[in-house]
Design a protein around this ligand. Structure first.
Ligand SMILES: *[C@@H]1O[C@H](CO)[C@@H](O)[C@H](O)[C@H]1NC(C)=O
Ligand SMILES: *[C@@H]1O[C@H](CO)[C@@H](O)[C@H](O)[C@H]1NC(C)=O
Ligand SMILES: *[C@@H]1O[C@H](CO)[C@@H](O)[C@H](O)[C@H]1NC(C)=O
Ligand SMILES: *[C@@H]1O[C@H](CO)[C@@H](O)[C@H](O)[C@H]1NC(C)=O
Ligand SMILES: *[C@@H]1O[C@H](CO)[C@@H](O)[C@H](O)[C@H]1NC(C)=O
Ligand SMILES: *[C@@H]1O[C@H](CO)[C@@H](O)[C@H](O)[C@H]1NC(C)=O
Ligand SMILES: *[C@@H]1O[C@H](CO)[C@@H](O)[C@H](O)[C@H]1NC(C)=O
Ligand SMILES: *[C@@H]1O[C@H](CO)[C@@H](O)[C@H](O)[C@H]1NC(C)=O
Ligand SMILES: *[C@@H]1O[C@H](CO)[C@@H](O)[C@H](O)[C@H]1NC(C)=O
Ligand SMILES: *[C@@H]1O[C@H](CO)[C@@H](O)[C@H](O)[C@H]1NC(C)=O
Ligand SMILES: *[C@@H]1O[C@H](CO)[C@@H](O)[C@H](O)[C@H]1NC(C)=O
Ligand SMILES: *[C@@H]1O[C@H](CO)[C@@H](O)[C@H](O)[C@H]1NC(C)=O
Ligand SMILES: [Cu+2]
Length: 587
């Protein structure tokens, strides 16, 4: 029954939880209007839990002691209310990654952006409605590197009675990729910020929390996907890893991509998937018609373009067909095991082939509302850089040439304030916290993907862009070759955007826009800025609030590759940010 186990809910009738769910779904099609959206309640207790992987046991921060964390299941249109209680010494907040949060910016979650963190012994109720989204998203901690262990799936089912625009799956299975350090990830990032060098690479990648048999001391920690022949499975793939985009493949099986970041796409078949941190992708797995007398590895390993040292290991799970009765004496262990062939770690052409295949479904029922007329254009450089090393502050200067690594947008490395930006904005105290002068284009133009400038030092500040309500925005993000070109998965909070164009080299404002796809571009919340290239996105700023935008490679966020957009209230009541909840944490 899997995913159709809906959680306890204040108004959902008990029958929703029965396995005859599908039957009732059909039966109640005609009275759909009578079954209004419901409220789903969850409680997240943030607490320590001992977990062992690769023969290393550590006490880590979790939700309800679970790793990965519990799944949130709701329908499009439902309200979700999650009470988060912090029982650990770390400050924490939770981000509902990809949820639009229309008018409810207070529930978005990034620490010091929309809220102060929830401190030890305190709690906060996240309260939001899921509007116009269906598919897979995920939730994760949004303070420091706590998301390495604090994450879980968000499953958004279509409204009751609305079918999927693809084969109805026999079963649905969330598959969440993560990254495991034997050490405490908080110590890893603290050390990196003190030395100024790159952080220690992770020790393993995980699939639903398990590294799988390709690692030492890990065979028993293997995720198995048990399937029946001749069925269609919906795999809800989520990349919750910190610092690595991943290639994924299942031996001898082709996958049909149907959805990305909770938006339907035009279905296409592929053997290889690319999924960046912050991205989600739904695929259909059609199992072989008969018991294949074999088992199959599903594996993932990184797509890496930067110069830094990285975890080059491979996670594996097993796709296992249920034995037919006639084979009951056969042992699974004796069956041949097939392995998929993954692209090389630096295979940019495989990566590009996958991403350029993604197109919005753009049907009458699920249109692609691409902004056609643009009010404001922005051009942001995205890349690495350096800052001076301060030995008096215990920094040990192990970054490039005795400096400290930094990262920036338009050469500004974002300085996180010690109070929340959204509160400063809402209560008219912004002048004390940030300036509204984030540059619309680089202050100094250079050959962004050519020979890098000699001076790699970045500037810093807490600068934001302020947009009137309903501004239609076009943003070109240009990778730079400073300290190495690299693919950066940029994530925008509060909006989906359309990926209207991408290319390699420097963006050409005269010729490239002619090739923009304004008909059926993919709509999502996280997009990879190609290594040594650019990407153009469009979105309508129809959600008042303060919205974080950052690289979803966590180390780049730590180094300052982040900024925020302020979207002002509109005139109508439903165009205004709601007042803050009474329990909003204080700094
Ligand atoms: C959630 O928000 C709605 C709308 O503002 C409100 O009616 C409801 O009381 C809130 N629920 C909780 C538990 O705070
Ligand atoms: C990072 O790796 C170095 C070299 O292996 C090791 O000495 C150091 O303790 C590690 N740091 C953390 C925080 O685990
Ligand atoms: C799996 O693929 C390999 C390589 O293409 C092929 O040799 C093998 O016969 C396939 N096995 C099954 C059970 O499909
Ligand atoms: C991974 O990196 C290690 C250390 O740099 C190297 O020895 C090993 O060959 C690499 N493995 C792969 C699969 O690239
Ligand atoms: C299945 O494969 C095993 C191992 O290769 C072999 O021993 C067995 O005879 C096969 N059974 C069938 C029904 O093909
Ligand atoms: C990818 O890596 C291989 C082996 O490390 C190297 O030979 C090749 O030149 C690299 N390709 C690109 C496009 O960087
Ligand atoms: C630097 O490190 C030393 C030893 O760990 C510590 O005693 C001192 O307080 C630190 N200084 C600063 C400015 O953090
Ligand atoms: C580091 O210094 C060397 C020698 O001065 C220079 O060639 C190189 O470009 C510098 N690298 C960076 C990243 O600044
Ligand atoms: C930028 O650098 C690239 C790579 O070195 C070079 O091919 C290109 O001609 C340069 N463009 C300009 C405008 O100088
Ligand atoms: C960068 O440094 C090199 C070598 O020191 C020098 O020849 C060159 O003129 C410098 N370029 C600029 C733009 O300063
Ligand atoms: C920001 O830049 C100023 C001036 O260069 C410098 O003194 C300060 O340390 C920097 N702050 C951060 C957080 O990097
Ligand atoms: C937790 O957050 C509060 C409020 O911003 C801050 O004062 C405190 O230093 C933080 N504690 C830790 C351990 O980071
Ligand atoms: Cu990045």
């Amino acid at each position: 029954m899997g995913i159709h186990d809906l959680p306890s809910s204040s108004t959902a009738p008990a029958f929703l939880r029965l396995s005859l769910f599908a039957f009732f779904l059909t039966m109640f099609l005609t009275v759909e209007h009578a079954l209004a959206a419901t409220t789903r309640h969850y409680k997240f207790d943030i607490k320590l839990q001992k977990v062992t992987r690769l023969c290393h046991t550590k006490s880590m921060v979790t939700v309800n002691g679970q790793f990965p964390g519990p799944r949130i299941v709701a329908r499009e249109g439902d309200r979700v209310v999650i009470k988060v209680v912090n029982h650990v010494k770390n400050n924490i907040s939770i981000h509902w990654h990809g949820i639009r949060q229309l008018q409810t910016g207070w529930a978005d979650g990034p620490g010091y952006v929309t809220q102060c963190p929830i401190q030890t012994g305190q709690s906060y109720v996240y309260n939001f409605t899921i509007v116009g989204q269906r598919g897979t998203l995920f939730w994760h901690a949004h303070v420091s590197w706590l998301r390495s262990t604090v994450y879980g799936p968000i499953v958004i089912l279509p409204k009751l009675g609305v079918p999927y625009p693809f084969t109805k799956p026999h079963k649905e299975v969330p598959i969440i990729f993560g990254e495991w350090w034997n050490a405490d990830p908080e110590a890893v990032i603290a050390q990196a910020l003190q030395t100024g060098g790159g952080p220690n690479a992770s020790d393993a990648y995980t699939i639903n929390g398990f590294p799988g048999p390709l690692y030492n001391c890990s065979a028993k920690d293997t995720f198995k996907l048990k399937v029946k022949p001749g069925k269609t499975y919906l795999l809800r793939l989520i990349n919750a890893a910190l610092n690595d985009e991943l290639f994924f493949s299942i031996a001898n099986h082709t996958l049909q991509v149907v959805e990305a970041d909770a938006v339907y796409v035009k279905p296409f078949a592929t053997d290889i998937l690319l999924i960046a941190p912050g991205q989600t992708t739904n695929v259909l797995l059609r199992t072989k018609p008969k018991f294949p007398n074999a088992t199959f590895f599903m594996t993932a390993r990184p797509y890496v373009t930067g110069l830094a040292t990285f975890d080059n290991s491979t996670l594996a799970g097993i796709l296992e067909y249920q034995l037919p009765q006639s084979h009951s004496t056969l042992s699974m262990k004796k069956l041949p095991l097939f392995k998929p062939l993954l692209p090389a770690l630096n295979d940019t052409s495989s990566a590009t082939k996958f991403t350029t295949n993604l197109r919005s479904l753009a049907s009458a029922q699920f249109p692609a509302n691409v902004p056609q007329k643009i009010d404001k254009r922005f051009f942001f450089t995205i890349g690495l850089g350096t800052t001076p090393c301060d030995k008096n502050n215990n920094q040990t200067c192990q970054g490039p040439n005795g400096t400290m690594f930094a990262a920036s947008v338009n050469n500004i490395s974002f300085v996180t304030p010690n109070t929340a930006l959204l509160q400063a904005h809402y209560f008219g105290k912004s002048h004390e916290v940030y300036t509204p002068d984030f540059p619309t284009s680089p202050i100094h133009a250079f050959n962004y993907t050519g020979t890098p400038p000699n001076n790699t030092m970045v500037s810093n500040g807490t600068k934001l862009v302020v947009l009137p309500y309903n501004t239609s925005v076009e943003l070109v993000m240009q990778d730079t070759s400073i300290l190495g070109a690299e693919s950066h998965p940029l994530h925008l909070h509060g909006f989906n955007f359309f990926v209207v164009g991408q290319g390699f080299g420097n963006f050409d404002p005269n010729n490239d826009p002619k090739n923009f796809n304004l008909v059926d571009p993919v709509e999502r919340n996280t997009v990879g800025v190609p290594s040594g290239g650019w990407v153009a996105i469009r979105f309508l700023a129809d959600n008042p609030g303060v919205w974080f935008m950052h690289c979803h490679l966590e180390i780049h966020t730590s180094w300052g590759l982040k900024m925020a957009w302020v979207v002002l209230d509109g005139k109508l009541p439903n165009q205004k940010l709601l007042p803050p909840p009474a329990d909003l944490p204080k700094c």
